[in-house]
Design a protein around this ligand. Structure first.
Ligand code: ADP
Length: 363
């Protein structure tokens, strides 16, 4: 009766077969007998409504047993409609048409709700990102004022205790500034608004000044710090020296933070080059606490700290590696880590740098 009227009909011999058809085929509506071998129609209906509820298939029970008790059972099983035998084909067709209309209306409403929820979520994310961007930008001005004033105050007559307080004040201020700058960079990268600078810089002096700065805290802990740039690495480049320095100071800073004895070493070597560009590999090796192999994948995720870093054994925010990875990728490179827990870690990243001026350097 249905096929000639444009419906594609699949029949099932029993309840289990019906469930298999529903699993396999795209079913719009299900007409169910009650009396069937094995599972009865009510049970099949219940299974459709529970196991395949996500498909939203309307079920119509068709039976000669539609007395009051069975009508209640049909409703309880979750069927949308029931038809008593003997039936008029026109009635069956009208009910199928009505149920399919309701189904497609519901699907349309669902789709519209989904799209509007998605749009709302996206606009919320945009607003939050904008807020974060503006706030971190605005925060930098007063922090820089505080740091500037602290510097002026340090130049006045102070006793030792006041000088110590000033030093702590300046250190905390500068940590805060780094944090705010990191957040600003992350939010700019996320919204595709971070523009890399392009100025000429000398790789050796950038490296030496950063390593020298970081060596102070390493030496206080009794650690050796080594730095080596291979002789075939060109020294002058055009690029964003500040952000490149940010990446390796972050990695060297972590190496020092998570090492209590031994050494921290930076090695820069040539990966490959052509006339205009060189791909360099920066390798930062430490003899520190290392990272468990099952944690290696996650340390580049935002706010992730392992090794008890989150329980304040080590200071930190879990932002550094996330930002480093984003910056490395923005500069066309890759970043990675190898580590043995209790023995140490090797962090590495590559960077494709545009050569500038004269090339060649001494080891
Ligand atoms: P932070 O150092 O501020 O906690 P990072 O994003 O720089 O955040 O690092 C994330 C986590 O990765 C650290 O908390 C630490 O658990 C682990 N980690 C990073 N570098 C090292 C390292 N050299 N040795 C051991 N663990 C490290």
């Amino acid at each position: 009766m249905l096929s000639p009227r444009g419906y594609e009909v699949v029949t099932a011999a029993d309840g289990l077969d019906a469930l298999e058809v529903i699993r396999r085929e795209h079913v719009d509506i299900c007409l169910l007998d009650v009396m069937m071998p094995g599972m009865n129609g009510f049970e099949v209906c219940r299974r459709i409504k529970s196991d395949y509820h996500h498909l939203n298939i309307p079920v119509v029970m068709i039976t000669s047993l539609m007395d009051k008790k069975n009508r209640i059972l049909a409703i309880e099983a979750g069927s949308e409609d029931y038809i008593s035998k003997p039936f008029y084909i026109s009635e069956v067709l009208a009910r199928i048409k009505m149920l399919l209309q309701v189904k497609s209306q519901n699907e349309r409403i669902c789709q519209e709700n989904l799209e509007s929820a998605k749009e709302q979520a996206e606009s919320g994310t945009r607003a939050k990102r904008q807020f974060l961007n503006n706030m971190s930008h605005e925060l930098r001005t007063p922090i820089n004022d505080v740091l500037g004033l602290a510097q002026l105050l340090e130049m006045t007559d102070l006793d030792q205790k006041q000088r110590d307080y000033m030093e702590d004040l300046r250190q905390s201020g500068s940590n805060l500034l780094t944090l705010v700058n990191d957040i600003l960079d992350l939010s700019r990268i996320e919204s595709g608004k971070l523009e890399l600078e392009r100025t000429e810089f000398d790789l050796r002096s950038e490296t030496t000044s950063s390593v020298n700065q970081l060596s102070v805290s390493a030496h206080e802990k009794g650690l050796e710090v080594e730095s080596l740039i291979d002789s075939d690495v060109p020294l002058l480049f055009n690029g964003d020296a500040g952000r490149l320095r940010h990446i390796f100071t972050n990695l060297i800073g972590n190496a020092i933070k998570f090492t209590t004895k031994g050494s921290v070493a930076l090695h820069i070597r040539m990966e490959c080059e052509n006339d205009s560009h060189a791909t360099l590999r920066f390798i930062i090796r430490d003899t520190g606490i290392g990272i468990a192999s099952d944690k290696l994948e996650m340390i580049f995720d935002l706010f992730t700290q392992v090794n008890g870093a989150s329980n304040r054994s080590y200071e930190g925010t879990g932002l550094g590696l996330t930002l480093s990875r984003q910056l490395v990728e923005l500069m066309g490179g890759r970043i990675g880590v190898e580590s043995i827990e209790g023995e140490g870690s090797i962090f590495w990243f590559t960077s494709v740098l545009e050569k500038a001026g004269r090339c060649g350097a001494d080891a």
